[in-house]
Design a protein around this ligand. Structure first.
Ligand SMILES: [Ca+2]
Length: 105
């Protein structure tokens, strides 16, 4: 790595993500570029998908996968059902869940 470009997806004072606790990556949209999965243990709790929409303007979209349904402490990405699409598995801390977010067409 010759140089590092720091890109801020959420500013430190952005309250849309409280106690972000898990991060994983995978090409969920099959664009050839990885998207980001983030788990939120605090606040409204949930799992979110961040997708780079425009590399020039550095704009990202946020898609809630499970708003309010999971205090995600850990997430992993793998193809659980062998359909070639990456899926997300998360375990909850306070919510004591283990959930599979199946990536469907
Ligand atoms: Ca799959």
């Amino acid at each position: 790595m010759k140089s590092i470009r720091t890109r801020v997806l959420l500013a430190a004072d952005d309250s849309t993500l409280v106690d972000g606790h898990s991060i994983s990556v995978g090409d969920f949209s099959r664009t050839g570029r990885d998207d980001i999965i983030v788990g939120e243990r605090g606040g409204k709790r949930g799992v979110y998908l961040y997708r780079l929409e425009n590399d020039v303007t550095d704009s990202w979209s946020t898609t809630p996968l499970d708003p309010g349904g999971m205090a995600a402490a850990g997430c992993a990405v793998t193809d659980l059902n062998g359909d070639t699409r990456p899926d997300v598995i998360c375990s909850g801390s306070a919510t004591a869940h283990l959930k599979w977010y199946e990536n469907r067409p």
